[in-house]
Design a protein around this ligand. Sequence first.
Ligand code: CO
Length: 141
Amino acid sequence: MKIDHIGIAVRSIERSLEFYREVLGAAPSRRVVVAQEGVEAAMLPAGGPRIELLQPAAADSPLARFLEKRGEGIHHIAVEVDDLDAAAAAVRRSGRRLVTDEIRIGAENYRYVFVHPKDAGGVLLELIEPLARQSAGKAAR
Ligand code: CO
């Protein structure tokens, strides 16, 4: 497994980007609204694992509730796996919970699912698999 990115909940991507821009000279590779999660995201290249800044895109989104309860800070860690279907099945088989049962497609060309923090040591864990690899694997079959 490999850490793909660390998600950070912020109230304002704009304000947070000022910090990364001024202090680290970093610029986001993309900025998108992910409607299905009620978030707006900006991905910052960081050499290895990236930093994903997240702000609520809707007042009633889970991320808005997260900020209300816990304030700004680390929201999730995303780990890339070889086979997301197998990883999700292993989570279920072990009696642990996924936040949503279905695997979703993200804005950045990967499939993902979240493991519930109560079953992952208090950390919201995003499991991801790049779509390119998945279609390559399918073509090879
Ligand atoms: Co993420």
